[in-house]
Ligand binder design. Structure first.
Ligand code: 4AD
Ligand code: MG
Length: 453
């Protein structure tokens, strides 16, 4: 049995067997054409059945879109025709019929409708392409870090600490909220309060301070009630962490990583990208190509705010020094001011996490966000505060419970070193490379505030 992708990569005439699902079946006098897909590529293979030469021809032509078949036949190269080759059917078996209530009959279903059938939508063109790109992008990320000497580590999904200090965590409990309302977490499964992780960073730091360079690639969970097209309650994050590195090393590695992934996708998913270019985001392929070779822009938060204040745009949130940048600001900076991805660095410490390294000005921290056109924030990173006294002072300002972070503080006690890292939102990356504008449509089974598909 051959994957249809393999056949397209290297078509050879001769006897062949393929299995797949019928995309379309068209019959005219004495002849029937089937477009068959097996999911391995966005290409359908054309099957031709001739009535006179096909046993049970009527059964074959009664099959509907979505039915699964195995076909044996002769692959013939057809260089003059629209498709470069076709299979002349000699035999077929029906693996599974598909009745006419199959929801994926038409070509252009709305994304909203497709979200209601998460178990079937991967069979549509759009989602097949998204999930093939998703797989290639994940693989490219692993390739990049491996080539650069990073170790792939696994940080816990169930955790007892809030890595971002933002309190947006889902509790993990076996207590029954109906009967044990006043129960104490001492009696709970872990003997203390536990949550789903919002980031593997803290544990990532522990491992980087032992192995030098590491990265995580795993699911993260945020109980933030953000009803936007860019926030999911469950999303995947890539978090590299490097010992002996500062903010500039951090931006360099983030830039190199993104360019590497874009190059790999341009090489390995040209058909998928051409599809997104045509139907979702005109000019996508060229833009990704340009970004993969151009130098990213870099500008401080203070300069960024000045650009926003000078802009003749009626922003919903008025830009002024100290505000957290909103998507409208992030997009304006990357789309209008710079016209390419831009790192904004040195943010006010009040709007950033406790672990970021304080700058000498006493006002800002060594944080960097990578903002990209259409999506806004794609990456958030920082150099970490490695100085024990300064870290403790900041935690105390924020009224954080030092005891809960005693392990984190230990790493600043035992051979502390400058180090830095970042988090790349994997779904945001996919939105950027596909032009798909809703995060629900780049993850197979989206979980967002108010809905679980
Ligand atoms: O900026 P964030 O919150 O940074 C961290 O979690 C750090 N601990 C990362 C680190 O330095 N190791 O999140 C990182 C990225 C964001 O830039 C964004 O792309 C993505 O994760 N992200 C989300 N993606 C989808 N849905 C959400 N609710 C997201 N929240 C963050
Ligand atoms: Mg962030």
């Amino acid at each position: 049995m051959a994957d249809i992708k393999k056949i397209f990569d290297n078509p050879q005439s001769g006897e062949i067997t393929v299995s797949g699902w019928i995309r379309t079946l068209r019959k005219s006098k004495g002849i029937c054409f089937i477009a068959l897909t097996d999911g391995s590529t966005s290409d359908n293979i054309q099957i031709v059945a001739i009535e006179e030469q096909t046993r049970d021809y009527d059964r074959l032509t009664s099959l509907l879109t979505g039915a699964a078949i195995t076909v044996r036949g002769n692959l013939e190269l057809t260089p003059e025709a629209k498709q470069p080759f076709e299979i002349k059917l000699s035999e077929y078996t029906v693996l599974g019929d598909c009745p006419s209530d199959y929801p994926l009959q038409k070509k252009n279903h709305s994304p909203e409708f497709l979200r209601t059938i998460p178990h079937l939508r991967a069979r549509s063109n759009t989602f097949g392409n998204v999930f093939r790109v998703r797989s290639e992008a994940a693989f490219a990320i692993h390739e990049f870090f491996r080539e650069k000497g990073f170790f792939y580590v696994h940080t816990p999904i169930i955790t007892d600490s809030d890595a971002e200090g933002a309190g947006e965590m889902f509790t993990v409990t076996t207590l029954n909220p109906c009967t044990e309302n006043n129960a104490n977490y001492d009696d709970d499964f872990f003997g203390k309060h536990a949550s789903l992780t919002v980031s593997g960073q803290l544990e990532g730091e522990y491992l980087a301070l032992a192995l030098g360079k590491i990265y995580t690639f795993g699911p993260t969970f945020r109980a933030e009630r953000s009803f936007t097209a860019r926030h999911a309650a469950e999303f995947w994050m890539i978090e590299p962490e490097m010992a002996f590195a500062d903010l500039y090393d951090d931006m360099d590695i983030a830039e190199a990583m993104l360019k590497f992934v874009l190059k790999r996708l341009l090489e390995r998913c040209p058909k998928e990208l051409a599809f997104f270019d045509k139907f979702y985001d005109n000019g996508l392929t060229k833009r990704l190509c340009d970004v993969s070779t151009a130098e990213f822009a870099r500008c401080s938060y203070t300069e960024a705010i000045n650009h926003l204040i000078a802009a003749e745009v009626d922003f919903e949130y008025k830009p002024e020094w100290g505000i957290d940048l909103q998507t409208e600001h992030e997009r304006y900076l990357s789309e209008t001011v710079f016209g390419k991805p831009v790192f904004v660095f040195d943010y006010p410490k009040e709007i950033k996490a406790f672990y970021m390294r304080q700058n000498d000005d006493g006002k800002t921290v060594a944080a960097c966000d990578l903002l990209v056109p259409r999506v806004g924030e794609l990456i958030g990173g920082s150099q970490r505060e490695e100085r024990l006294d300064i870290l403790k002072a900041r935690m105390s300002e924020l009224e954080m419970d030092e005891a809960a972070y005693s392990r984190y503080l230990d790493t600043r006690r035992y051979g502390t070193v400058p180090h830095a890292g970042f988090g790349l939102g994997f779904e945001r990356l996919l939105m950027y490379v596909t032009g798909i504008s809703n995060i629900r449509d780049v993850i197979p089974f989206p979980r967002t505030a108010g809905s679980i598909y």
